[in-house]
Design a protein around this ligand. Structure first.
Ligand code: B12
Ligand code: SF4
Length: 527
């Protein structure tokens, strides 16, 4: 039985714009669905979260619902990572609807892997959501709730039709699902609109909240788990599309966090995490409070991976030592550019000289114990093509970085503005004139330096294709590789071996087996 069933998962994602490593992301446990489940379980309700959902056909989805349909009040889909940039959905969607099997093979799913950079669609799109809504209405008289980052940022989830039995829920949703579920339990469900704009960003509630894993969540302690540490980011970068930037002091109560870590360890043996925190080191105080009151006071050792910001290491050099002592194994830093003027213009004003000095400081303090991964953006206003090329070459050759990712600058095209919400557009999108942006055609911008989106997209793709090592490991990729069985030293060593792709692939075979095992366990879940 279950009062609610939430389907979640992650769409295929490549490390490298080829097929390398796409399986690894399927095995994650996306935080959003488990967070809602914990919240409802705290009220005594029974919630089933189904991971790796894209691997189930319609038949498999119906089987899981049927087995757990006693007391069912609603079914949900968590869209946070169910998007992909692919244009090749046909084989997948045909198999999803028509297959006699419960699961979809990894090979069919891998065809939906992103083949360009513009994400516009959910893998379970209008037709699949419509079909599921109709099925739930006729068979169980329960609604389908579609929530998560995609529908929060994109008007109506970019779905062309919304079934009357489907409600799109935007924003953080703990409070909404509580009220909705309790009302349905008491048979009091009032009229709920198709689109629930659910903006109750409840900072006090968040600070006291946890994700409490249960056996039903198919916890595999070889995996790295999400740990929500903070919500929101204190900065306001001009290229950023995240709706909760400019929010301060949003990290969890240290005692609550410490108790959560201890419970996870004592009950399940979980000791490896990727932090759900847009910026772990966004204040001096936070790094110290979390070290003093959480990490240094655990009776066991924890390892973690997170986003971080380099200018805050510059202004607080001592924090590097504290972050290492807290358990960090890799930090992903948004450096974006080494071009001083371009950096200043978008809110990354550290500048080339200080960036290099700070990286040297990290090299000294962290050595190979904590890896430095960096994100770069190609095509920032004010940066000439030659400067982008020189920095790309530098990212290949420097030993100050373990790995680097390059992405083209994203500016929402004019004809996407009908479906992207205002708060999810970055400052450059909102004021093309201020940044000197023109549109060559509907998907291709040109900046004052004559650099175009098409050109930088190709530069980024070539960067991946031509890389001698072919690995681009950001903090969650690191977590995935550790889940696949690689040690920290194996990952450090990838930069020294000639066939790093082959080496990664040999470990990713383990991932396929893990996914298969978990799919079968999920298919059999019932009370
Ligand atoms: C961690 C993270 C990653 C990790 C994922 C690791 C993992 N498996 O968990 C990595 C680095 C791999 C990643 C990749 C990408 N990410 Co990311 N990522 C995040 C980040 C920082 C945290 C996500 C998270 O777990 N949040 C915490 C949970 C609790 O929040 P939540 O999922 O939103 O859930 C709440 C609500 O949405 C709602 N809700 C969620 N599910 C449901 C279901 C129902 C039924 C209901 C009612 C409500 C509901 O209730 C929840 C609790 O309040 C967010 C930014 C952020 N702070 O949220 C970006 C974010 C989700 N990522 C984003 C993007 C764009 C991407 C990429 C596409 C980037 C790229 N171009 O490659 C890829 C996705 C590729 C793919 N298909 O998987 C965007 C999504 C924008 C959008 N509109 O969809 C975000 C929001 C950042 C941004 N720019 O604004 N990401
Ligand atoms: S890019 Fe990162 S640091 Fe800048 S506002 Fe967005 S989340 Fe914050």
């Amino acid at each position: 039985m279950a009062h609610a069933i939430i389907f979640t998962g992650q769409a295929p994602r490549s490390y490298n714009f080829d097929d390398l490593g796409y399986e690894s992301s399927y095995y994650s446990y996306p935080a959003g669905a488990y967070k809602l489940a914990s919240h409802l379980r705290g009220l005594g309700l029974d919630v089933l979260v189904v991971p790796s959902s894209l691997n189930f056909t319609l038949k498999g989805v119906k089987r899981i619902i049927e087995q757990n349909s006693k007391d069912l009040l609603w079914v949900g889909i968590s869209t946070t990572f169910l998007t992909t940039a692919s244009s090749k959905f046909d084989a997948y969607r045909h198999a999803w609807t028509n297959s006699d099997e419960d699961t979809i093979s990894m090979d069919v799913l891998s065809d939906t892997i992103q083949d360009h950079t513009v994400v516009t669609e959910l893998v379970w799109g209008t037709a699949e959501i419509w079909r599921l809504s109709g099925f739930l209405e006729s068979k169980y008289q329960v609604p389908l709730l579609v929530g998560g980052a995609w529908v929060t940022g994109v008007r109506n989830g970019n779905l062309t039709r919304i079934h009357k039995n489907c409600h799109i829920v935007t924003g953080y949703a703990e409070k909404f699902v509580e009220e909705f579920t309790v009302a349905r339990l008491k048979n009091q469900a009032a009229e709920v609109p198709y689109i629930v704009s659910n903006d109750n960003y409840d900072s006090e509630g968040f600070k006291q909240s946890t994700i409490d894993w249960t056996a039903k969540d198919l916890v595999d302690t070889s995996a790295w788990f999400p740990l929500e540490v903070a919500r929101g980011c204190a900065f306001n970068c001009a290229y950023c599309t995240y709706e909760h930037k400019n929010s301060f002091d949003m990290f969890k109560d240290p005692k609550v966090l410490r108790d959560e870590l201890i419970r996870n360890y004592e009950v399940h043996g979980i000791d490896k995490y990727y932090l759900i925190d847009d910026l772990y080191n966004d204040s001096k105080r936070k790094v110290r409070v979390l070290y003093d009151e959480v990490w240094s006071r655990l009776p066991f050792k924890v390892e973690w991976a997170s986003f971080m910001r380099l200018d805050l290491i510059w202004s607080d050099p001592e924090s590097a030592e504290l972050i290492k002592a807290s358990g960090a194994k890799i930090g992903s830093f948004g450096i974006e550019t080494l071009h001083d003027r371009a950096g200043r213009k978008v809110g990354k004003g550290l500048g080339r000289e200080r960036i290099i000095k700070t990286l040297e400081h990290l090299k000294k303090v962290w050595a190979d114990d904590v890896l430095v991964h960096a994100f770069f953006i190609a095509g920032l206003p004010d940066e000439p093509r030659e400067s982008i090329e020189a920095t790309m070459a530098w990212t290949e050759s420097t030993d100050l970085l373990y790995s680097a990712n390059w992405a083209p600058l994203w500016i929402t095209p004019p004809d996407h503005k009908t479906f992207v919400l205002d708060r999810n557009m970055n400052a450059i999108t909102k004021d093309n004139d201020k940044y000197g942006i023109d549109w060559v055609d509907k998907n291709n911008w040109i900046n004052p330096q004559g650099v175009t989106f098409a050109e930088v997209s190709k530069m980024c793709t070539d960067f991946y294709r031509n890389s001698p090592h072919g690995i681009r490991i950001a903090f969650t990729d690191y977590a995935n590789l550790r889940t696949a069985g690689m040690t920290h030293e194996d990952i450090v060593g990838l930069n020294q071996v000639t066939d790093s792709r082959g080496r990664i692939n040999s470990f990713l075979k383990n991932m396929r087996e893990k996914i298969d095992r978990r799919l079968h366990l999920a298919l059999d879940l019932k009370d």
